[in-house]
Ligand binder design. Structure first.
Ligand SMILES: C[S@@+](CC[C@H](N)C(=O)[O-])C[C@H]1O[C@@H](n2cnc3c(N)ncnc32)[C@H](O)[C@@H]1O
Length: 207
């Protein structure tokens, strides 16, 4: 099964799934908000069903959120009712695509980078979409840092269509890739009890 087919099929279930660790999720949102300015234009890639974009939108001037899955984007767009923030737009796009309206003051990608099949291409696209001096924020699973049982189970879960194809990166390898794409790492933190998904703050140098 392709990644697109997996995420299109998974979208309705993903939309109903409760957040695994609400306290850690709120801490992530707080950390992101603390790094943003009200005048900022923010791009979120791999936005899923749009919940995070809708929570962050009141903290910025404009938010564009994209996802490769048309089913995910359809669910996100259906949330843009009369009570939704009016500064959000959802579009279908690959992580490697340029997005109209860029470059942005900040780009974020949550639970995404371990899923893209062309990580250097995605990071290059992200760097091009961040203004010089702007931020890239990531929190994603580093499967290589998991214990042996989890690492052994992942290929089997992928093979039976229960999990999407993933890259088994360590946190160290992921930060190396982000730096190789032209960013400087400013902070790496683990939120809540999770020790597999570092919250990474990276900056594109101003010059
Ligand atoms: C685990 S979900 C995370 C969704 C959301 N960011 C969150 O934190 O809840 C991964 C999302 O990445 C999207 N995705 C997977 N591969 C992608 C790619 N190559 N380009 C863009 N989006 C992708 C999927 O469609 C899915 O919505």
């Amino acid at each position: 099964m392709t990644a697109h087919a997996f995420w299109d099929r998974t979208a309705p279930k993903y939309a109903r799934k409760p957040i695994a660790d609400p306290a850690a999720y709120e801490e992530k949102l707080s950390r992101v908000r603390a790094l943003l300015r009200p005048s900022d234009r923010l791009l979120e890639i791999g936005c899923g069903t749009g919940g995070t974009a809708l929570r962050l939108a009141p903290s910025v001037a404009q938010l564009v959120a994209t996802d490769a899955s048309s089913a995910m984007i359809a669910i996100a767009q259906a949330k843009l009712g009369p009570d939704a923030p009016t500064n959000v737009a959802f579009h279908q796009a690959e992580a490697t695509d340029g997005v109209a309206g860029g470059p942005f003051d900040a780009v974020c990608a949550f639970s995404l980078l371990h899923l893209v099949d062309d990580l250097p291409g995605a990071l290059d696209a992200i760097r091009r979409q961040v203004k010089p001096g702007g931020l890239f924020l990531s929190k994603t699973v580093c499967v290589k840092d998991a214990n042996f049982l989890i690492r052994a189970a992942v290929p089997a879960l992928v093979a039976i269509g229960v999990a999407p194809p993933v890259s088994a990166l360590s946190a160290g390898a992921l930060t190396d890739r982000i730096e190789a794409a032209g960013f400087e790492i400013e902070d790496t933190a683990y939120l809540g009890a999770n020790r597999l998904s570092p919250f990474i703050v990276a900056r594109r140098p101003a010059v």
